[in-house]
Ligand binder design. Structure first.
Ligand code: GLU
Length: 488
């Protein structure tokens, strides 16, 4: 049996990080078993559908690298993969259920339903159309009265769910009402649509958020009514908000210092400068654990170890405080070209015209310092922004390098950048070192190099001096030294 699993978001908004974790677990499971990961758009709740949401959810999944094998954009053998394009299929199966006595047409009007709710009828519906004689139903239909199709839930007995994560969960059937399967608009509800789709798309494991556990007994009975083999069910735990109370939601968010303090959308993680690999690593270790107390791992290795049964059913919060550290670890491992590519959009967003060659020179030094990509903006401002030097002669001297000596040292540096034919890292570093050693009272280059770095970049924090000079280039280094000397 080939594993076939699906991620089936409703396009009602952005991709939530909890949804992304469900997608990640589902994807890991598919990859572990050499199976297929299918993307399906569940858009039958037309009132809640948001224009562009499906595309933004797909973009978020792509950013995370959770590639799908079948889906709305790429098609596949069991399409269409958008539910509103599958109306006839649901209609056909809803009719089948009615014809075979598993479902019925319910003509209850909005007023009737309201009266039942007001009277405190359990679940707001008293099954009044369930046993209506066929002639009466036909009459109402002939009059053109709108109706929904409801499932005939068994009134007694129990339904047992065998959940791959939670084990056996037992429900009394009397606790489940006759849910609507088809709305009067001719669109199915989730309850019918997903069963029909999961069957016709040959899904082997239904992995979904645990908010669906309560209606799972309804779904099991729909499967039984069809006489179809049931996929394995696995209800994934939700992510809690940082207080530990309630599900993580947008309402948890506060906005401070130009960014959300609690990130909820996948796009917010991207905008905050986290790498998709780091986000996957972070998410995989919540509710599931790589093991060996290992916090950083390759997703490929995690896939090898992954089992649905090992997922902890308890809801959990995201340990946001670890995310910077995890991301920093990933940044350190990146080569210069990849890091430059990742950092570039953030620099451009800050309004800089990015010189890629200069960027590459400082990337190695940066990789040890960055926790999040946008931090590069302040580090590298001096490279892409011309700004007058705010330092004074005083601030560019040192107790081991008083004014006269400092002037001599900066003049020597100026002479070097003006005359040299070897403006490379080795020559810059050996020359600046010897200028420093010759011009401080201790004979150590440190004080000069520190001050020169400050003067060249105009920044308290920046990449190291030699890389900074090389990245600035010979001409701009010369201009900056002229400006430095003008202060003396
Ligand atoms: N469309 C459902 C949701 O977004 C999907 C549930 C499922 O995966 O079956 O909650």
């Amino acid at each position: 049996m080939t594993v076939r699993v699906r991620f089936a978001p409703s396009p009602t908004g952005y991709l939530h990080i909890g949804g992304a974790r469900s997608a990640l677990f589902t994807w890991m499971f598919a990859r572990k078993h050499g199976g297929q990961f299918i993307l399906r758009v569940e858009d039958t709740d037309e009132k809640r559908t948001v224009e562009g949401a499906a595309e933004s959810q797909m973009a978020a999944l792509r950013w995370l690298g959770l590639n799908w094998d079948e889906g709305p954009d790429i098609g596949g053998p069991y399409g269409p993969y958008i539910q509103t394009e599958r109306r006839e299929i649901y209609q056909k199966w809803a009719n089948w259920l009615v014809e075979n006595g598993h479902a019925y047409k319910c003509f209850a009007t909005a007023e009737e339903l309201k009266a039942m709710r007001d009277a405190g009828v359990p679940f707001g519906y008293d099954r009044r159309y369930r046993d209506m004689p066929a002639e009466e139903i036909e009459k109402l239909e002939a009059e053109g009265k709108p109706y929904v199709i409801r499932f005939k839930m068994p009134l007694e007995g129990q339904t047992i769910i065998n959940d791959a994560i939670r084990g056996e969960v037992v429900f009394d059937n009397s606790q489940i009402t006759d849910f609507v399967l088809m709305k009067s608009t001719g669109l199915p509800t989730y309850h019918l649509a997903h069963v029909v789709d999961d069957h016709t798309m040959k899904i082997t494991h239904i992995t979904r958020g645990d908010e669906w556990l309560n209606t799972a007994p309804l779904h099991v009975n729909i499967w039984k009514a069809f006489g179809w083999d049931m996929p394995v069910l696995a209800h994934l735990p939700v992510i809690l908000n940082p207080s530990g109370k309630g599900k993580l939601s947008k309402r948890t968010q506060s906005f401070q210092d130009g960014q959300f303090q609690v990130l909820v959308r996948v796009s917010e993680f991207q905008e905050a400068g986290y790498l998709p690999e780091a986000v996957n690593n972070f998410l995989a270790n919540v509710g599931w654990a790589f093991g060996d107390d290992q916090e950083i791992f390759e997703i490929e290795d995690a896939i090898q170890r992954f089992e649905l049964e090992d997922i902890n059913p308890a809801p959990a919060r995201l340990p946001y405080s670890k995310l910077d550290w995890i991301n920093g670890q990933y940044i350190q491992e990146m080569d210069e070209v990849d890091l430059a590519k990742a950092v570039k959009p953030f620099l451009e967003n800050a309004g800089f015209e990015v010189n890629v060659e200069a960027l590459l020179i400082v990337m190695e030094a940066m990789s040890k310092r960055l926790k999040r990509l946008p931090e590069a903006v302040d580090f590298l401002r001096f490279l892409f922004e011309e700004k007058a030097l705010e330092e004074t002669a005083d601030s560019l001297t040192h107790k081991q390098m008083p004014l006269d000596q400092a002037k001599v040292a900066y003049e020597a540096a100026y002479a070097f950048v003006t005359d040299t034919d070897s403006f490379d890292l080795d020559t810059i570093s050996s020359t600046m070192m010897s200028i420093g050693e010759a011009n401080t009272s201790s004979g150590k280059a440190g004080p000069f190099l520190g001050k020169l770095r400050l003067a060249m970049t105009g920044q308290k924090v920046s990449p190291p001096l030699f890389e900074s000079m090389l990245a600035l280039g010979q001409d701009r280094s010369k201009q900056r030294l002229e400006e430095i000397l003008s202060k003396f």
